[in-house]
Design a protein around this ligand. Sequence first.
Ligand code: FAD
Length: 309
Amino acid sequence: MAVLVIADRDGNTVRDTTHKTVTAALALSGDVDVLIIGQGSKAAADAAAKIAGVRKVLLAESAGLGHQLAEAVEQTVVGLAGGYDAILSPATTDGKNFMPRIAAKLDVAPISDIVEVVSADTFVRPIYAGNALETIQSSDGKKVITVRPTTFAAAAEGGSAPVETVAGADAGKTAFVNEEMVKSDRPELGAAKIVVSGGRALGSAEEFHAVMDPLADKLGAAVGASRAAVDAGYAPNDYQVGQTGKVVAPALYIAIGISGAIQHLAGMKDSKIIVAINKDADAPIFQVADFGWVADYKTAVPELMKALG
Ligand code: FAD
């Protein structure tokens, strides 16, 4: 059985999510290749070649692939699919964009967001916003799978796989127009070891940033938010944690003024230590919190800042 992992890359490197997807792939087979899609991505291919357990790295480049356009990625991957029994990608925004298209073109059912590989055709994935886990068996000849990276350990460095150039498709009728990137010195939300998240209780964008930013800077943390805080315009869209936002599993998650709706818990309940500050002792967030502080954040956060020195 041969497995192709579509890498999640960041400029000249591959993200941790790729290493975690390689771990899932290695649970399926010892023959794991990594595909780097992009433009001017040789350095990322060289970085992927160092992941332990990778048999070979394929490098596909074109203008369309530079921006991960789904049409170009799909054509490239479908062109390579003949040599593989399974195609895996991390369940990132990009992966969720192109993997269903790849599955449709291959006429197979995509298997999304797996958290465990039981065997070559059986996988575990969350359903109902993470409230239940289902074990599914796929009879498709070729598996197209997205992997929830937070549940797999990252494959180690130490490999020295060869890099092979393959044809990269163009995007056809689709054209890249522009992208707006948020620039931040803080760690990326999905990969941060500490996340501090604010909810509707913060009441305004000014208050959200006045409270959350200094705390995040003190802890070297990423800032997250509930959907209510995002919808109200207190925090940018890419801060959202939860079912329809990012799934995070940091070592420490601090929820401030967040009630703990199931859709929010779906994005953070696998965090190692959860701390909740909420003035309502009955807030559901306390059911998953390791440490709960029933208090008004207006007094609790300054006290916490003082204690942190
Ligand atoms: P609220 O539920 O209003 O809670 C505010 C909390 O702050 C309360 O518990 C209150 O006691 C506390 N509080 C108030 N004042 C203070 C104070 N001064 N000090 C301390 N505590 C205070 N939500 C997400 O977060 N992420 C998602 O991805 C997501 N996806 C969704 C998808 C669907 C299909 C649906 C239907 C909903 C989704 N939601 C999601 C929304 C979710 O159901 C909740 O509405 C949302 O999480 C509530 O956000 P909140 O906890 O900030 O606000």
